[in-house]
Ligand binder design. Structure first.
Ligand SMILES: Cc1cc2nc3c(=O)[nH]c(=O)nc-3n(C[C@H](O)[C@H](O)[C@H](O)COP(=O)(O)OP(=O)(O)OC[C@H]3O[C@@H](n4cnc5c(N)ncnc54)[C@H](O)[C@@H]3O)c2cc1C
Length: 540
């Protein structure tokens, strides 16, 4: 064979190996190293009984996703469950309620659009057990919109961890030469090294703002990180870098679903909460709505909740409720109450639902992250997917939209927040200029869990230390990475499992993304010391 044919054949082999075989091999190595992107934290023991034979009364304090998960799980197993919820509706931050729009006309509104990710293993299984994921749609595309109209799109990006990081560069989110320069080069590796113990002991006292200053994040990469930071309802100087690393691991580097998620086509009340209420009723659980828990008293045999005796209690309120209930609880040792005193809320968040007579342009998914100027963090076009909103636009035309601010600047009054949301909305969507605001529903709340600097070490776990009192909620420290809705549901399952375990019943399955990142356990380079507390502030 002539030499040039040999050369061409060799080049072809190198090309095929380099282009197809090596990446394929790397992908499967990464998958294996990350436990196939899923670990089974609790595997039910089929030899154990499923249902409780005796009688055990359990009070569930709080009816958000965490409380509902615990209440439904225990009621299904034969426990006598009573759920106390201070709102007039179930669901907590996933809850919804009706607002009047005009004579004879009303609409459901909620705390805001929620995304359901593929790696919400426990929540997805729980919803499946109720048949509640039938009417879900995939978002298909994850878009971040700049004020200049520029878009960063994640939908088509690689999903394999590490490849997904490289893919960000290929899509113009950052340039290799920017991140390969010191000090950025020396600190970026932290995201691949997630390991609960190490990450939190090293970086829980470092803020995201310090990291940004030190790493000199390229603007578009900063924008991408901001979308993770926003999940914490916190300004950058308060947000713990360790929590951000966990979030990045949970949503991006520890799983292969990319950032694409599902969302329901109905309002949350008909889609989730009415069926959950029906499940509680079916299993004989009592639900006390509009009933704030004012007193928790530890007794010789269990607890009194608002004066009613129970054998066990699940504390599943938000952080505001948990701190208040525990500070006034009687019969509980001060040392065991102490961690609850340290629970805090993040910043205020604002949600403005508007019904207007014009529509915004098409070409992006129903939920879009915006590169906020002062307040507008995200935007939802409800009339493009939610059946209830579609019924309104069918009759009136126009659009039903929702404007979000996830960390409201402290210096703004409620009216200033509302106005700023509307102003920024017009800035991102100039095509609606001159629109008429037909109806609006505005909320400004401060009840979201804070994930601030140095809070991790005090965070209560599922087992409170008080015999018979277990905790559930997105604020509870879990022994595996989980966040938001998934953390709420997983903690509800773990709390129920403690009570199932103590009476010898089969526990519920609990799954999680891998507990450690791809590079966890590899000794960090000395330059990583740049990130130790204080170093960021003085860094170049
Ligand atoms: C605007 C917004 C957008 C979000 N988007 C997403 C998203 O896209 N994806 C995602 O995964 N998560 C999202 N989240 C977060 C998610 O909603 C929460 O993490 C989750 O719902 C928390 O559930 P929980 O049961 O722990 O707490 P909560 O939902 O806060 O439930 C606690 C319940 O306890 C009740 N309570 C408090 N005190 C008392 C008392 N003293 N007595 C009786 N009851 C009491 C409260 O009324 C509440 O119903 C979002 C949250 C918000 C606000």
């Amino acid at each position: 064979m002539p030499w040039f044919l040999w050369t061409a054949a060799s080049l072809a082999v190198v090309f095929v190996v380099g282009w197809f075989v090596v990446p394929g091999l790397l992908r499967s190595l990464i998958k294996r190293r990350l436990s196939n992107y899923r670990t089974e934290f609790t595997v039910p023991d089929a030899s154990k009984p499923e249902r409780l034979e005796g009688k055990r009364r359990v009070a569930v304090l709080g009816g958000g996703v965490a409380g509902l998960t615990a209440a439904i799980t225990l009621a299904r197993r034969g426990f006598e469950v009573e759920l106390f919820e201070s709102n007039a509706y179930l669901g907590g931050k996933l809850g919804s309620w009706k607002v009047p729009l005009g004579p004879g006309e009303e609409a459901w509104v909620s705390h805001g659009f929620h995304a359901f990710f593929a790696n919400y293993f426990n929540l997805n299984r729980f919803l499946d057990s109720l048949g509640l994921r039938r009417e879900f749609i995939s978002i298909g595309e994850y878009v971040i919109l700049g004020t200049d109209g520029a878009e960063v799109r994640f939908g088509q990006m690689e999903t394999t961890p590490v490849f997904n990081l490289l893919s960000l560069a290929r899509n113009g989110v950052y340039r290799f030469r920017d991140v390969l320069k010191a000090p950025a080069r020396d600190v970026f590796g932290v995201f691949l090294e997630y390991d609960e113990k190490d990450t939190f002991s090293r970086y829980d006292d470092v803020s995201f703002a310090d990291f940004d200053r030190l790493a000199k994040l390229p603007p578009r990469l900063k924008l991408a990180f901001n979308t993770f930071a926003r999940a914490f309802f916190s300004d950058e100087d308060k947000l713990s870098l360790a929590e951000l690393i966990k979030s990045f691991h949970f949503y991006y580097l520890g799983q292969d679903g990319g950032l694409v998620y599902d969302y329901p086509v109905h309002d949350y009340e008909p889609q989730f909460l009415a069926p959950m209420r029906a499940e509680l009723d079916r299993h004989g659980a009592k639900v006390h709505l509009s009933t704030r828990v004012e007193s928790l008293e530890r007794t010789a045999n269990g607890f009194r909740v608002n004066g009613t005796p129970f054998d066990r209690a699940v504390l599943a309120t938000d952080v505001v409720g948990a701190r208040a209930i525990m500070s006034q609880a009687t019969g509980i040792d001060a040392a065991l109450k102490a961690p609850f005193e340290k629970l805090e809320t993040g910043q205020r968040y604002a949600v403005l639902r508007i019904w207007i007579d014009k529509d915004v342009r098409t070409g992006f998914p129903p939920f879009v992250i915006t590169d906020r100027v002062k307040v507008l963090d995200a935007f939802t076009t409800y009339h493009r997917f939610e059946h209830e909103a579609q019924a309104w636009t069918k009759q009136h035309g126009g659009a039903v939209l929702e404007l979000h601010c996830y960390a409201v600047p402290e210096d703004l009054s409620p009216e200033q927040v509302r106005q700023a949301l509307l102003d920024e909305f017009e800035r991102f969507f100039p095509e609606v200029k001159g629109y008429t605001l037909k109806h609006e529903a505005f909320q400004l709340n401060r009840n979201f869990t804070a994930f601030h600097l140095g809070m991790y070490r005090h965070r209560p776990g599922v087992e409170s230390g008080v015999p018979g009192l277990v905790c559930a909620g997105d604020w509870v420290k879990l022994p595996f990475p989980a966040m938001l809705l998934e953390a709420a549901c997983a903690s509800g399952l773990c709390a129920a499992n403690v009570l199932l375990r103590e009476v010898g019943l089969r526990e519920e399955a609990v799954s999680a993304v891998p507990g450690r990142g791809l590079m966890a356990g590899v000794p960090p380079p000395p330059a990583r010391k740049l990130l130790v507390p204080g170093a960021g502030k003085t860094a170049p």
